[in-house]
Design a binder for this molecule. Sequence first.
Ligand code: ADP
Ligand code: MG
Length: 350
Amino acid sequence: MAPTARSKSRSAIHEFDLIRTLQQRHSRHDPSVIRGIGDDAAIVTSGAGKWSLLTTDLLAEGIHFDLRTATMADIGFRAAVANLSDIAAMGGTPQYLLVSLAIPRTGANNQVHQLYRGMMAACRPHRVTLIGGDTSASANGWFINITLVGMVPPRKALLRSGARTGDLLYVTGTIGDALAGLMLLNEPPSKKRPSHTAAISTRHRQFLVGRHLHPTARLAEGQWLSAHRFATSAIDLSDGLSGDLRHICEESHVGVELDLSALPLSPACRAYAAFRKLDPAALALTGGEDYELLFTLPPRRKAEVERAAKLHRFRITCIGAIRPARQGIQAIGQDGTTHPLPNSSYEHFK
Ligand code: ADP
Ligand code: MG
C-alpha cells in the first residue's frame, strides 16, 4: 500500500527485490497453495473444491497516515478498504477479518473505538465478520495490521499473471483523485495569499478528499469480471498505475502500450491539476490508493464487456493494450509519440 508521507531510510532495501528474495529463499512447493507470494492475495485450498483468499496490510503512523489530517475512523476505513480491495482484485468475496494493533502511550480507548468504527463501516456492507487479532503497546506511533480472509470459486480467481499479447487494458472508475485529495489535505492554509483550497470548488474539494479518506473497494466489479471470465488478469491500484501496471507485466511476462490520453480523470482531478499547474495524467500515474481495478481482457470480448458494464453501471475505460515483453512498458503521449513509461509510483525505502 502506498504511504501518505514519504519515509527516509539509510538502508539499501529495495521493497520488491526484497520480497522476491524472501519468496525464493523461504517459500516451498505445497500442493494446497494455489498462489503464494506475488499476487494481491494468496490462494489456498483445503480440498473439496474450495478456494480461500488471504491478504494482509500494515499501516504505520507517519508513513501511511497522519493524525493531523485524518481521524481514527478515516484511518480504520482506509485500512479495511486496502484489504477489501485486494480481495476485489482476485474476483473474490471477503469473509473474515483479523486486526492487530500496536498502540502508543498517547493512545486512548476512544481512539481504538473510533478506528474500529471506521473499519467496520467499510466491512459491514460486505458482511465481513471480525474473528480475532492481537493487541500490543508501541514505543513509537500506531501500527494497524489487518488480515482479511475471503473466498473465490475454484479456478475463477483473477491473477496478475494471465495477461496475453493483444489483450486490452482497462481500469475501473477514475484515477488520480486520491492523490489530489491527499495533496489538498497536506496544503497548509496560507494567510498571505488565497489558499490553494479556495481556488477549487467546495464540491470538487470534498470529492477529492473523500476519494482519499473513504475510497471504494471495487468488489462488485471484481466478482463480475471473475464470474463471467471476462478478465484475463487483474490488480488493484494501491501504489500508482505506473508501478502496479509493472506487476501485471512482470507476472504475465508481457509488455504494454498505455494511452495517456485515455486515462479516466474526474472533473475534480482535472480542476485541481489545472489550478496547481500539474499534469493530471501524472497524478493518475503516480497516485496510489485509488483502489480501482486494472484488468485485461481479450479484444473479442470488448463489445460484450462494455455493454454489460453499462448495464451494471460499472465505469470501465480502455487505456491501452498488452504487447510482447520485448516492447517493455510504453506510453503513447498526448502528442501521439510513444516513449518508455517511467515508474513514478510509490516504493518503500526509495
Ligand atoms: P499489495 O499492494 O497488493 O498489497 P504488495 O506489493 O504489498 O501487494 O505485496 C506483493 C506480494 O508480496 C504479495 O503476495 C504479498 O503477500 C507479498 N509480500 C509482501 N511483503 C511480504 C513479506 N514481508 N513477506 C512475505 N511476503 C510478502
Ligand atoms: Mg493489491
